[in-house]
Write a protein that binds this ligand. Sequence first.
Ligand code: SAM
Length: 242
Amino acid sequence: MTEFDDQRARMVEHQLAGRGIRDPRVLDAMGRVPRERFVEPSLVASAYADGPLPIGEGQTISQPFVVALMIESLGLDDDARVLEVGTGSGYAAAVLSLVAGVVYTIERQAGLAGAARRRLAALGYDRVHVRHGDGTLGWPEHAPYDGIVVAAGGREVPRRLRDQLAIGARLVIPLGRTRRAQNLDRLTRTGPESYEHDDLGEVRFVPLVGRAGWSEDRPGGIPGMSMWGQWRRPVADTDDPG
Ligand code: SAM
């Protein structure tokens, strides 16, 4: 066992199972994806820290617990077709691909999309398809989806994403009235025009920027942004940036 394998196993035990993640397929996937390969070389020593990390372009790879919580909350089958908005490093897409059948993921920053595509291919995650573009419009060619993860904070659920959800399927998205803090909202499509919502708790994500998100007039540079992608519910050993 390498040092990273050991750190990954401890992350699964303490940060995930220890805080209530129960789905064995999610725990197994989080125990297999080498997070150290998705962070900048200067940060590999912190790859399994209990928080988000910067990945360049003012964006972050989310806290491991948040990744696991979002994926678990979708209740995916092995053959599920999943859409992710906000590829970032590609880490969550890699985890999703071990829990579901195929993953379509969209990133608005061209540099991050290209780097994630190359990284995922090099690591053999060939059931992940990366597109550069505005994820608030979805990826209609492959809809309907059995689950949708939005990994950036919006003001409301983008209409096109709701429309691309299969009936019975779920979408998770951080929603808030400001760019700085959100609650994780889970939407279940119960019929052609009916949806149910659950609140999964407070989180802090980078903004969802796009046609059905925030405008681009304040890109990056927001104090504390490098800490975003973080669970905010008080947890004794969580480094909550407040
Ligand atoms: N899932 C990522 C990972 O595992 O590394 C972390 C996602 S990061 C918290 C949020 C990402 O959403 C950023 O890379 C940001 O550029 C992207 N983003 C924001 N608005 C977007 C949009 N409208 N469409 C696609 N990506 C968007």
